[in-house]
Design a protein around this ligand. Structure first.
Ligand code: ADP
Ligand code: ADP
Length: 228
Protein backbone atom coordinates (compact mmCIF):
# COMPACT_ATOMS: atom_id res chain seq x y z
CA UNK A 1 0.00 0.00 0.00
CA UNK A 2 1.24 3.48 -0.76
CA UNK A 3 0.74 6.75 -2.49
CA UNK A 4 2.29 7.63 -5.82
CA UNK A 5 3.23 11.14 -6.91
CA UNK A 6 4.62 12.15 -10.26
CA UNK A 7 5.52 15.76 -10.90
CA UNK A 8 6.55 17.37 -14.17
CA UNK A 9 7.72 14.13 -15.74
CA UNK A 10 9.41 14.60 -19.12
CA UNK A 11 10.99 12.01 -21.36
CA UNK A 12 12.36 12.32 -24.89
CA UNK A 13 13.58 9.58 -27.20
CA UNK A 14 15.92 11.52 -29.48
CA UNK A 15 13.71 14.18 -30.99
CA UNK A 16 10.45 12.47 -29.99
CA UNK A 17 8.88 13.84 -26.84
CA UNK A 18 7.07 10.83 -25.35
CA UNK A 19 6.09 12.34 -22.00
CA UNK A 20 5.69 16.09 -21.84
CA UNK A 21 5.19 17.23 -18.24
CA UNK A 22 2.99 14.63 -16.58
CA UNK A 23 1.65 15.16 -13.05
CA UNK A 24 -0.13 12.36 -11.19
CA UNK A 25 -1.23 11.94 -7.59
CA UNK A 26 -2.55 8.49 -6.78
CA UNK A 27 -3.94 7.97 -3.32
CA UNK A 28 -3.41 5.05 -1.03
CA UNK A 29 -5.68 2.18 -2.10
CA UNK A 30 -6.84 3.95 -5.23
CA UNK A 31 -7.38 2.26 -8.58
CA UNK A 32 -6.17 4.96 -10.92
CA UNK A 33 -6.46 4.58 -14.69
CA UNK A 34 -4.45 6.40 -17.33
CA UNK A 35 -6.42 6.35 -20.57
CA UNK A 36 -4.81 7.27 -23.86
CA UNK A 37 -4.39 6.18 -27.45
CA UNK A 38 -1.41 4.22 -28.67
CA UNK A 39 1.70 6.41 -28.59
CA UNK A 40 0.34 8.76 -25.91
CA UNK A 41 3.20 7.93 -23.54
CA UNK A 42 1.54 5.45 -21.17
CA UNK A 43 4.22 2.76 -21.16
CA UNK A 44 7.00 5.32 -20.98
CA UNK A 45 5.39 6.83 -17.89
CA UNK A 46 5.12 3.43 -16.19
CA UNK A 47 8.71 2.53 -17.00
CA UNK A 48 9.93 5.80 -15.48
CA UNK A 49 7.93 5.10 -12.33
CA UNK A 50 9.33 1.58 -12.12
CA UNK A 51 12.83 2.98 -12.54
CA UNK A 52 13.43 1.08 -15.78
CA UNK A 53 13.95 4.23 -17.82
CA UNK A 54 15.94 7.41 -17.23
CA UNK A 55 13.95 10.58 -17.75
CA UNK A 56 14.83 14.17 -18.56
CA UNK A 57 12.93 16.13 -15.96
CA UNK A 58 10.53 15.80 -13.03
CA UNK A 59 10.40 13.69 -9.89
CA UNK A 60 8.64 10.59 -8.61
CA UNK A 61 7.64 9.78 -5.05
CA UNK A 62 6.39 6.39 -3.88
CA UNK A 63 4.95 5.90 -0.40
CA UNK A 64 6.35 9.30 0.56
CA UNK A 65 9.88 8.50 -0.60
CA UNK A 66 11.64 10.34 -3.44
CA UNK A 67 12.75 7.75 -6.00
CA UNK A 68 15.63 9.79 -7.37
CA UNK A 69 18.62 7.47 -7.59
CA UNK A 70 16.67 4.48 -6.25
CA UNK A 71 17.28 1.31 -8.26
CA UNK A 72 14.22 -0.53 -9.68
CA UNK A 73 14.99 -3.42 -7.37
CA UNK A 74 14.67 -1.17 -4.32
CA UNK A 75 11.45 0.53 -5.40
CA UNK A 76 8.52 -1.23 -3.86
CA UNK A 77 6.55 -1.52 -7.10
CA UNK A 78 5.25 -4.50 -9.06
CA UNK A 79 4.96 -3.98 -12.79
CA UNK A 80 3.26 -6.09 -15.42
CA UNK A 81 3.83 -5.70 -19.12
CA UNK A 82 1.65 -6.58 -22.05
CA UNK A 83 3.50 -9.82 -22.68
CA UNK A 84 2.70 -11.81 -19.60
CA UNK A 85 5.01 -14.80 -19.56
CA UNK A 86 4.85 -17.92 -17.39
CA UNK A 87 7.52 -20.54 -16.79
CA UNK A 88 6.34 -23.46 -18.95
CA UNK A 89 8.13 -26.06 -16.81
CA UNK A 90 6.60 -24.87 -13.54
CA UNK A 91 3.16 -25.50 -12.14
CA UNK A 92 0.75 -22.66 -11.49
CA UNK A 93 1.68 -22.75 -7.81
CA UNK A 94 5.41 -22.62 -8.58
CA UNK A 95 4.85 -19.79 -11.06
CA UNK A 96 3.16 -17.83 -8.32
CA UNK A 97 5.67 -18.79 -5.63
CA UNK A 98 8.81 -17.81 -7.52
CA UNK A 99 8.31 -14.03 -7.23
CA UNK A 100 7.98 -14.54 -3.47
CA UNK A 101 11.08 -16.65 -3.24
CA UNK A 102 13.59 -14.53 -5.05
CA UNK A 103 15.09 -11.12 -4.46
CA UNK A 104 13.64 -8.54 -2.17
CA UNK A 105 10.61 -10.63 -1.22
CA UNK A 106 12.67 -13.75 -0.57
CA UNK A 107 12.10 -13.32 3.13
CA UNK A 108 8.68 -14.95 2.88
CA UNK A 109 8.54 -18.39 4.36
CA UNK A 110 6.61 -21.30 2.88
CA UNK A 111 3.51 -20.68 4.96
CA UNK A 112 3.29 -16.99 4.14
CA UNK A 113 3.87 -17.71 0.45
CA UNK A 114 1.04 -20.22 0.50
CA UNK A 115 -1.26 -17.78 2.27
CA UNK A 116 -0.61 -15.03 -0.28
CA UNK A 117 -1.03 -17.39 -3.21
CA UNK A 118 -4.29 -18.66 -1.73
CA UNK A 119 -5.71 -15.14 -1.42
CA UNK A 120 -4.77 -14.10 -4.94
CA UNK A 121 -5.86 -17.34 -6.62
CA UNK A 122 -9.16 -17.35 -4.74
CA UNK A 123 -9.93 -13.88 -6.02
CA UNK A 124 -8.90 -14.74 -9.57
CA UNK A 125 -10.81 -18.03 -9.46
CA UNK A 126 -7.77 -20.21 -10.17
CA UNK A 127 -7.18 -21.96 -6.84
CA UNK A 128 -8.16 -25.32 -8.33
CA UNK A 129 -5.36 -25.01 -10.90
CA UNK A 130 -2.35 -24.97 -8.57
CA UNK A 131 -0.92 -28.26 -9.86
CA UNK A 132 -1.47 -27.57 -13.57
CA UNK A 133 1.23 -26.58 -16.01
CA UNK A 134 0.74 -23.52 -18.26
CA UNK A 135 0.20 -25.73 -21.33
CA UNK A 136 -2.77 -27.32 -19.53
CA UNK A 137 -4.56 -24.00 -19.13
CA UNK A 138 -6.93 -22.06 -21.32
CA UNK A 139 -5.78 -18.62 -22.49
CA UNK A 140 -7.99 -16.96 -19.94
CA UNK A 141 -6.61 -19.07 -17.13
CA UNK A 142 -3.07 -18.38 -18.26
CA UNK A 143 -3.72 -14.65 -18.24
CA UNK A 144 -5.15 -14.91 -14.74
CA UNK A 145 -2.07 -16.76 -13.50
CA UNK A 146 0.18 -14.15 -15.12
CA UNK A 147 -1.72 -11.37 -13.42
CA UNK A 148 -1.56 -13.34 -10.19
CA UNK A 149 2.23 -13.39 -10.47
CA UNK A 150 2.23 -9.61 -10.30
CA UNK A 151 -0.38 -9.23 -7.59
CA UNK A 152 1.02 -11.88 -5.27
CA UNK A 153 4.06 -9.72 -4.58
CA UNK A 154 3.64 -7.24 -1.79
CA UNK A 155 4.18 -3.77 -3.25
CA UNK A 156 3.39 -0.15 -2.47
CA UNK A 157 2.13 0.38 -6.00
CA UNK A 158 1.08 -2.00 -8.77
CA UNK A 159 1.72 -0.84 -12.33
CA UNK A 160 -0.42 -2.64 -14.88
CA UNK A 161 0.14 -2.06 -18.59
CA UNK A 162 -2.88 -3.19 -20.62
CA UNK A 163 -3.14 -6.50 -18.79
CA UNK A 164 -6.35 -7.47 -20.58
CA UNK A 165 -5.29 -6.54 -24.08
CA UNK A 166 -4.91 -10.07 -25.44
CA UNK A 167 -8.26 -11.37 -24.23
CA UNK A 168 -11.48 -11.72 -26.15
CA UNK A 169 -14.46 -9.59 -25.20
CA UNK A 170 -16.07 -12.11 -22.87
CA UNK A 171 -12.90 -12.83 -20.94
CA UNK A 172 -12.05 -9.17 -20.73
CA UNK A 173 -15.36 -8.48 -19.07
CA UNK A 174 -14.84 -11.31 -16.59
CA UNK A 175 -11.27 -10.28 -15.79
CA UNK A 176 -12.30 -6.66 -15.47
CA UNK A 177 -14.82 -7.62 -12.81
CA UNK A 178 -12.21 -9.67 -10.99
CA UNK A 179 -9.64 -6.91 -11.09
CA UNK A 180 -12.15 -4.49 -9.73
CA UNK A 181 -13.04 -6.90 -6.95
CA UNK A 182 -9.39 -7.47 -6.18
CA UNK A 183 -8.81 -3.75 -5.88
CA UNK A 184 -11.74 -3.41 -3.55
CA UNK A 185 -10.87 -6.43 -1.46
CA UNK A 186 -7.16 -5.95 -1.14
CA UNK A 187 -7.09 -2.17 -0.89
CA UNK A 188 -4.08 -1.97 -3.16
CA UNK A 189 -2.77 1.11 -4.94
CA UNK A 190 -2.89 0.53 -8.67
CA UNK A 191 -1.88 2.54 -11.71
CA UNK A 192 -3.50 0.90 -14.69
CA UNK A 193 -2.94 2.08 -18.25
CA UNK A 194 -5.16 1.31 -21.19
CA UNK A 195 -6.32 2.65 -24.54
CA UNK A 196 -9.78 1.16 -23.88
CA UNK A 197 -12.32 3.77 -22.90
CA UNK A 198 -14.87 1.30 -21.52
CA UNK A 199 -12.23 -0.47 -19.47
CA UNK A 200 -11.08 2.83 -18.02
CA UNK A 201 -14.59 3.81 -17.00
CA UNK A 202 -15.40 0.38 -15.59
CA UNK A 203 -12.27 0.08 -13.47
CA UNK A 204 -11.06 3.47 -12.41
CA UNK A 205 -11.76 5.26 -9.16
CA UNK A 206 -10.35 8.12 -11.19
CA UNK A 207 -9.30 8.36 -14.80
CA UNK A 208 -6.57 10.55 -16.28
CA UNK A 209 -6.73 11.13 -20.01
CA UNK A 210 -3.28 11.21 -21.61
CA UNK A 211 -2.74 12.66 -25.06
CA UNK A 212 0.60 13.37 -26.78
CA UNK A 213 2.44 13.00 -23.49
CA UNK A 214 0.20 15.36 -21.54
CA UNK A 215 -2.61 14.80 -19.06
CA UNK A 216 -5.59 16.65 -20.50
CA UNK A 217 -8.19 15.62 -17.93
CA UNK A 218 -8.42 13.92 -14.50
CA UNK A 219 -11.86 12.97 -13.26
CA UNK A 220 -14.13 10.30 -11.87
CA UNK A 221 -15.43 7.89 -14.53
CA UNK A 222 -18.85 9.56 -14.38
CA UNK A 223 -17.36 12.94 -15.17
CA UNK A 224 -15.11 11.62 -17.92
CA UNK A 225 -18.20 10.08 -19.47
CA UNK A 226 -19.85 13.47 -19.71
CA UNK A 227 -16.99 15.15 -21.50
CA UNK A 228 -17.43 15.71 -25.25
P1 ADP B 1 1.85 4.23 -25.27
O1 ADP B 1 2.28 3.28 -24.20
O2 ADP B 1 0.83 5.20 -24.83
O3 ADP B 1 1.46 3.53 -26.53
P2 ADP B 1 4.67 4.86 -25.45
O4 ADP B 1 5.07 5.36 -24.12
O5 ADP B 1 5.00 3.46 -25.79
O6 ADP B 1 3.12 5.13 -25.65
O7 ADP B 1 5.30 5.79 -26.58
C1 ADP B 1 5.21 7.19 -26.56
C2 ADP B 1 5.97 7.76 -27.73
O8 ADP B 1 7.34 7.48 -27.60
C3 ADP B 1 5.56 7.21 -29.08
O9 ADP B 1 5.66 8.23 -30.03
C4 ADP B 1 6.59 6.13 -29.33
O10 ADP B 1 6.75 5.92 -30.71
C5 ADP B 1 7.83 6.71 -28.71
N1 ADP B 1 8.71 5.66 -28.19
C6 ADP B 1 8.41 4.72 -27.26
N2 ADP B 1 9.48 3.95 -27.00
C7 ADP B 1 10.50 4.39 -27.78
C8 ADP B 1 11.85 4.01 -27.96
N3 ADP B 1 12.41 3.02 -27.27
N4 ADP B 1 12.59 4.71 -28.86
C9 ADP B 1 12.05 5.72 -29.53
N5 ADP B 1 10.78 6.16 -29.42
C10 ADP B 1 10.00 5.49 -28.55
P1 ADP C 1 -11.87 -20.95 -21.67
O1 ADP C 1 -13.35 -20.82 -21.90
O2 ADP C 1 -11.44 -20.39 -20.33
O3 ADP C 1 -11.01 -20.47 -22.79
P2 ADP C 1 -11.26 -23.65 -22.57
O4 ADP C 1 -12.46 -23.98 -23.38
O5 ADP C 1 -9.97 -23.36 -23.25
O6 ADP C 1 -11.61 -22.53 -21.49
O7 ADP C 1 -10.99 -24.84 -21.56
C1 ADP C 1 -12.03 -25.37 -20.77
C2 ADP C 1 -11.42 -26.15 -19.61
O8 ADP C 1 -10.54 -27.17 -20.06
C3 ADP C 1 -10.63 -25.26 -18.69
O9 ADP C 1 -11.09 -25.45 -17.36
C4 ADP C 1 -9.20 -25.72 -18.83
O10 ADP C 1 -8.57 -25.81 -17.56
C5 ADP C 1 -9.29 -27.08 -19.41
N1 ADP C 1 -8.22 -27.26 -20.40
C6 ADP C 1 -8.04 -26.55 -21.53
N2 ADP C 1 -6.98 -26.98 -22.20
C7 ADP C 1 -6.45 -28.00 -21.48
C8 ADP C 1 -5.34 -28.90 -21.63
N3 ADP C 1 -4.52 -28.84 -22.69
N4 ADP C 1 -5.11 -29.82 -20.67
C9 ADP C 1 -5.93 -29.90 -19.61
N5 ADP C 1 -6.99 -29.12 -19.41
C10 ADP C 1 -7.25 -28.18 -20.32
Amino acid sequence: MGTLKVQGLRKKYGKTTAVDGVDLAVENGEFFVVLGPSGAGKTTTLKCIAGLLEFDDGWIEIAGRNMSGVEPYHRNVAMAFESYALYPQKTVFENLASPLRSGRTGRYGAEERRRRIQTVTDTLGISHLWERFPRELSNGQRQRVALGRVLVRPADVYLLDEPLSHLDAKLRAAMRAELKQLGELADITTLYVTHDYQEALALGDRVAVLRDGRIVQVDTPEQVWHQP
